[in-house]
Design a protein around this ligand. Structure first.
Ligand code: SF4
Ligand code: SF4
Length: 250
């Protein structure tokens, strides 16, 4: 059950603009195209989950992870890969105007429309982890308006529908390194012109066109040894230092 769509939380945005700073905004394929067309940059975050056996289909968390990931292989180990396209910026968002108003307000990404609610249905929204000031939480409106609930559902649906397209983009750009999910992020910064071309082509490709065999990067020696024993191809996080690939530990 997507529990946080029914949660009520008093909230009233103060338009402080804090949520428009130092972010990675998860984007759909079309939002990524729009983001690059505005001369902004996209990164690609990849996480892998070993998937030896099909888990209990009644387990809602596992079913959610399966739905938003793509089946793949690392060496001889079956895995699933989570792929996120993110608009990133340090400091203020390039779309934020001097008056703290969004310069693309009517076309802003779904993630911006949803904030500070959670996209993941299994994460409870915690005001303490949000950028919003205290006064935003003591107003009497409900955070989850019907419009916001609809945006959340739309985002989740597009995450499911577009995962194969995102895998095709990775395949096209030879992006084949992922972290272990919940241990770290591997963040790729591809050439933006090539990425744009792949984004425009990815929806026309068939599932069978995917060729990548993934490498799993980890800073935990035990994880590396376990995965290699299971047949995976691993990379230590301190090898292959590549400015286009960052490894960010949690
Ligand atoms: S696109 Fe607009 S709402 Fe989203 S982070 Fe940038 S300025 Fe803020
Ligand atoms: S940080 Fe919170 S209160 Fe401030 S603009 Fe963003 S959503 Fe509104």
């Amino acid at each position: 059950m997507f529990h946080n769509t029914s949660m009520t939380q008093p909230f009233n945005c103060t338009a402080c603009g804090k949520c428009c700073h130092n972010l990675k905004i998860a984007l759909s394929v079309q939002e990524s195209i729009d983001w690059i067309e505005r001369s902004n940059q996209i990164q690609i975050i990849c996480e892998a989950i070993p998937w030896l056996n099909e888990p209990n289909p009644l387990d809602e968390v596992v079913r959610y992870k399966k739905n938003i990931s793509v089946a793949a292989i690392s060496g001889s180990l079956p895995i699933r890969v989570l792929i996120y396209f993110v608009g990133f910026f340090e400091g203020a968002c390039p779309n934020l105007q001097k008056n703290n108003q969004c310069g693309v307000y009517s076309d802003r990404p779904l993630t911006c429309r949803i904030y500070p609610a959670e996209i993941n249905p299994f994460i409870e929204m915690n005001p303490l982890q949000k950028a919003c000031p205290d006064e935003a939480w003591i107003a009497s409106d409900d955070l989850l308006t019907p419009v916001m609930q609809s945006d959340i559902l739309q985002y989740r649906q597009s995450a499911i529908e577009e995962i194969e397209s995102k895998a095709h983009v990775c395949d096209d750009l030879k992006i084949d390194v992922a972290s272990i999910a919940n241990q770290a992020y591997v963040i790729h910064t591809p050439d933006q012109k090539k990425l744009m071309q792949s984004l425009k082509n990815c929806k026309t490709k068939r599932d069978a066109d995917i060729h990548n065999s993934w490498k799993i990067k980890t800073h935990v020696l035990e994880s590396q040894q376990t995965l290699q024993a299971m047949g995976a191809v691993c990379q230590s996080f301190d090898v292959d230092v590549d400015s286009d690939v960052q490894y960010v530990r949690f």
